[in-house]
Design a protein around this ligand. Structure first.
Ligand code: PEP
Length: 246
């Protein structure tokens, strides 16, 4: 195994006090093969970077615009300026509740790549598509659209929408099969010489992380709820580290 990635998505949670408490509890031996990042709300990026120098910071979104009259937007260049390593693009909550289309997501991906911050492209099917056996079709279409103009520097997170924040997790076999399909699709879209890391996201916690990290096609995890507490995020990081040493 080469590298594993563990990204915590704090969504709209956090405060200066929460960052302080998290950093006081955080104690994890850095492993050069395990890349850990946390994505707090924009305005806490700097505080988190200072409080947790061993971790990278990620943003939860970015603008398609480099600068200008776009009230409320944050550009990918600004994220780079702040020392941000990654940016989540196309999270299902942005697609569902903020009207983000595949075309907009492709533009955000390009904006991040040209600024030099690594995008984490989220893809995943709704429950109805999974029940109809259409999950591959849905995810393939998302990938084709988002990657049409993409450079090779990105991570992908497979996040079945029915598993996000619900306590339901894809089984290791479901995750592994989907990651295998994604890997083949990505290599035909971007060229097989680029090994794009594929993370799983959807109710990952300290109990199920081991089995997911043990899957050959799972290169890491995007974790929501269980990344808010240092203890549970450290336990997931420990599972990842254990899997690297196998
Ligand atoms: C997420 O926010 O991307 C996520 C996977 O959330 P959770 O781990 O809470 O399901």
């Amino acid at each position: 195994m080469t590298n594993l990635y563990l990204i915590g998505n704090w969504k709209q949670h956090g405060s200066r006090a929460a960052i302080q408490a998290f950093s006081e509890q955080w104690s994890f031996d850095p492993n050069p093969q395990l890349r850990i990042a946390i994505a707090p709300p924009f305005l806490y990026l700097q505080a988190l970077r200072e409080a947790l120098p061993d971790c990278h910071v990620a943003a939860q979104d970015c603008s398609v615009h480099a600068q200008g009259a776009h009230t409320g937007e944050v550009s990918a260049d600004m994220l780079v300026d702040l020392g941000c390593q990654y940016v989540i693009v196309g999270h299902s909550e942005r697609r569902q509740y903020h009207g983000e289309t595949d075309a907009l997501i492709a533009e955000k991906l390009a904006a991040a790549q040209s600024a030099g911050v690594t995008p984490i492209l989220c893809v995943g099917e709704q429950q109805a598509a999974r029940e109809a056996g259409k999950q591959d079709e849905v995810v393939r279409a998302q990938l084709r659209s988002a990657l049409a103009t993409s450079q090779p520097n990105l991570l992908i997170a497979y996040e079945p929408v029915w598993a996000i924040g619900t306590g339901l997790t894809a089984t290791p076999a479901q995750a592994n099969d989907m990651h295998d399909m994604i890997r083949q699709e990505v290599s035909s879209l971007l060229g097989s010489s680029h090994a794009t890391p594929i993370l799983y996201g959807g109710s990952v916690n300290a109990e199920n992380a081991d089995a997911l990290f043990a899957c050959p096609h799972v290169d890491g995890a995007l974790v929501g709820g269980a990344s808010l507490e240092a203890a549970s995020f450290m336990a997931i990081a420990q599972s990842a580290s254990n899997n690297l040493s196998h």
